[in-house]
Design a protein. Structure first.
Length: 536
């Protein structure tokens, strides 16, 4: 079974809705739902080759299109900054990290005071909520904010959202959010919730509640930002039991099985092989080490499964309300899978799983992160494909069901979401906002033309930088400078997306062209703080 056949066979017999045109009237603008997973790898979900059961996410893909070369910013807070604003993260103040909930004086943000490194969204940008609210949309958000928290002016309601329920911080305890990583509803901090509680369920339930309480027929925008499957490893017992034993076969076998499925689906090319492996092989572990590691991955898989189950809950609600047909839904991950703390075992011990008090531990370790990013190189933060490539799904049953889960290899990035929503909502992106502040022009472009035209070139170049992990894409070429290297590398992504063959010595002119373009971009987009190389 080859290419898209394998994916389509999962949905054989389901009724399909075919609409011949993408056109719409002023009175028929879609609802918009933006769903973001947290620290989820490229191949974790079924429609991107994973073995974790994700039937609801897969059904979204089947009613729309999958983009296979879509890029994020490599880490949660810069990605969310770009997602919300349609700009590069340094333009809006989050080139490195967002404000830390444990440190209220701002000293946690390196280079604080520099435009690109404030640690919160500045006022030279507008959010999706601000733009869509001006266009007559209701605007709701649940989940993880992570783009500024010290000072209410940085919170969601002060950036265009009518209602918010979730966490302002970057991570929390799934079972009992508390302290600086606790819950907020609208502009009010909440006490720790009573058990039983699970963030993934609560974020979805409040999203549905916000929509259900709407009193008019205006379209709505919902940003549902799950904290799953970010560490800590915390899942419902029933879901852990469902996943138990599935990963006893180990890293290599799970990784190779994913690769084979991805080749059969047409997501990757067989000749790319697998990227470098950075840990021991499974057979080098003791029996106890294998058992513990398999359990960690089972809990992680249970977290992904619960997220999918909740996405299904939202889809079923919209279907029952007669709103699913004209709702545009996007699903993606904020960065590649997380290898922190870059060890085989991850944070903490297996005894810490589902601990109500701790939030920072445990995690599933570097080897499983590499499996989650199959077949790509590295993981969260790094500028290789494993760090910045995201599974991306766009679904709009009224206008996209005819594509039946097709794939698009057009190169896109996170900034394109603002432009896409402005397009479909017939909204206006302002030149000034916030009492006359100048707003940077959008960096992205609408994805809608690429959905109809597989050959549509969306961008001549795209760029990125985070903690000195740099990259630039141009056509089939990608130049990368890793945080652990002083030199740029060059890869032919069409023929080597696993980035195994550095061609910098063979094609120095192409490398020079790309790095010069990167320097131009860096010096015009606030990449360099004062005193660092390249600052102007």
């Amino acid at each position: 079974m080859k290419r898209n056949t394998l994916f389509n066979s999962m949905f054989a017999g389901l009724p399909m809705m075919v609409i011949p045109s993408m056109a719409q009237t002023d009175s028929d603008r879609p609802n918009i739902v933006l769903i973001m997973a947290d620290d989820m790898g490229y191949s974790d979900i079924g429609c991107f080759g994973g073995e974790i059961p994700t039937p609801n996410i897969d059904s979204l893909a089947q009613r729309g299109v999958r983009f296979t070369q879509f890029y994020n910013c490599g880490r949660s807070c810069p990605t969310r900054a770009s997602l919300l604003t349609g700009l590069y993260p340094h333009q809006v103040g989050i080139g490195e990290m967002s404000e830390d909930p444990e440190l209220k004086d701002g000293k946690d943000v390196e280079n604080q005071g520099e435009h690109g490194y404030m640690g919160y969204l500045n006022r030279n940008c507008v959010t999706l909520a601000e733009v869509l609210k001006e266009a007559g949309y209701h605007t709701y958000m649940t989940g993880k904010w992570h783009v500024g928290m010290h000072g209410r002016e940085k919170w969601p309601l002060q950036r265009g959202f009518e209602h918010f329920y979730g966490i302002l911080a970057g991570a929390t305890n799934y079972l009992r959010p508390h302290g600086g990583r606790g819950l907020t509803i609208d502009n009010t901090k909440l006490p720790p919730p009573q058990a039983p509680y699970y963030t993934t369920d609560a974020f979805t339930d409040h999203a549905i509640k916000f929509i259900d309480e709407q009193k008019d027929d205006k379209p709505f925008f919902l940003y549902l930002a799950f904290n799953a499957p970010h560490w800590p490893l915390q899942a419902k017992d029933k879901d852990i039991e469902m996943m138990a034993g599935r990963y006893n076969k180990g890293w290599q076998e799970v990784r190779e099985a994913r690769r084979k499925r991805m080749v059969e689906m047409g997501l990757i090319r067989d000749e790319w092989g697998l990227s470098e492996w950075e840990s021991r092989t499974w057979d080098q572990l003791t029996e106890q080490e294998q058992e513990n590691s398999a359990l960690r991955m089972s809990v992680y898989a249970a977290q992904v499964y619960s997220m999918d189950e909740n996405i299904g809950k939202l889809i079923n609600y919209l279907r029952a309300k007669g709103q699913l047909d004209n709702t545009l839904i996007i699903f993606l991950s904020d960065n590649g899978a997380c290898a922190e703390p870059y060890s085989e075992t991850g944070f903490g011990t297996i005894q810490d799983i589902n601990n109500l008090q701790h939030w920072v531990q445990p995690s599933y370790g570097k080897p499983w992160a590499e499996v989650s990013n199959t077949p790509y190189r590295k993981y969260k933060v790094r500028a290789y494909e494993g760090g910045i490539a995201t599974p991306f799904i766009i679904s709009w049953p009224r206008n996209m069901s005819r594509y039946n889960g097709e794939m698009r290899s057009n190169v896109g990035y996170i900034q394109d979401i603002m432009a896409t929503f402005v397009d479909v909502a017939e909204a206006e992106y302002p030149k000034t906002y916030h009492n006359g502040n100048t707003i940077f022009p959008m960096e992205g472009t609408s994805l809608m033309p690429a959905i109809e035209n597989k050959k549509k070139v969306l961008h001549e170049y795209i760029f990125g930088e985070h903690y000195d992990n740099r990259y630039v894409r141009w056509k089939n070429w990608k130049a990368v400078k890793d945080e652990k290297s002083k030199e740029w590398e060059l890869y032919d992504i069409d023929n080597d997306r696993t980035e195994r063959n550095d061609l910098s010595a063979k094609h120095p002119k192409i490398l020079k062209q790309l790095t010069e373009k990167w320097d131009e971009w860096a010096n015009s987009h606030f990449i360099y703080p004062k005193g660092k190389e390249g600052h102007k």
